[in-house]
Design a protein around this ligand. Sequence first.
Ligand SMILES: Cc1cc2nc3c(=O)[nH]c(=O)nc-3n(C[C@H](O)[C@H](O)[C@H](O)COP(=O)(O)O)c2cc1C
Length: 279
Amino acid sequence: MDEDAGSMNRILDSGASAIVTKSIGLKPREGYKNPTVVELEYGILNAMGLPNPGIDAFKEEIEKIKKSDKIVIGSIFGSNSKEFVELATKMQNFGVDALELNMSCPHAKGYGFEIGSDEKVVKKITQDIKQNTNIPVFVKISSNLTDIVKIAKAAEKGGADAIVAINTVKAMKIDLDLKIPVLANKIGGYSGKAIKPIGVRCVYEISKNINIPVIGVGGITTGHDALEYIMAGASAVQIGSAIYYRNVDVFKEINGEIKTWMKNNGYENLSELIGVAHK
Ligand SMILES: Cc1cc2nc3c(=O)[nH]c(=O)nc-3n(C[C@H](O)[C@H](O)[C@H](O)COP(=O)(O)O)c2cc1C
């Protein structure tokens, strides 16, 4: 979840096998006023408001990272199918390897969550993008839903190649002295360590009920966290907030921690562990 080619390349050089860009929309957006990010005891609370340079200005950044042979996943957000299709075709033309549809931002009005909680809309947007592009399409869904499986199934019916779960969890913090919410947007999304059990539960429920791969994300800070997601049914994992806790070396370290656990427990292939918790 980064938008500048320099930092994306640093992440790729440090052991990540792919990178997901920050979500990009049609027009440049400044995002919300500060404070937009606060570190809490067990996680990070943010309401950035989807700041981004707009799709046309993003071409150059993608070209800079596409110089390596690493996988780049272009994340996009829109308010309707037409916008999503325009963004998807542009991202594809810029050379990304896959698309991630952000239908789950908990704090951007008119985008994200409103779209991602309607089965028909999720299916239609996915279907329209699949018809107009020829690269894999991942649909990122939210834990803030009453029935996460219903939305995952709608994306699968629309032709999604994978489901990404979860985005940040809708949350708030109040400043006791000022007696007001700490975020300028008042409500934000919670990420990091505290949300791992929520993400693991979502991945477990989704992977039990659909036939496409699930990519797990939420609170992964160690190799053991990643293994939990894999046992819950994730075929791959993403790492966001842990870069704040552990810096950019986190990717190499997590890879090492997974390998050590597998060696100590007699596993050679990670695929042997995908979904084992379902048995
Ligand atoms: C500061 C910040 C910015 C984020 N921006 C995006 C974004 O642009 N698009 C998106 O789909 N998710 C975004 N996320 C959500 C993360 O990709 C991820 O789903 C979530 O933080 C849970 O994973 P983590 O606990 O490893 O951070 C953002 C999260 C944070 C903390």
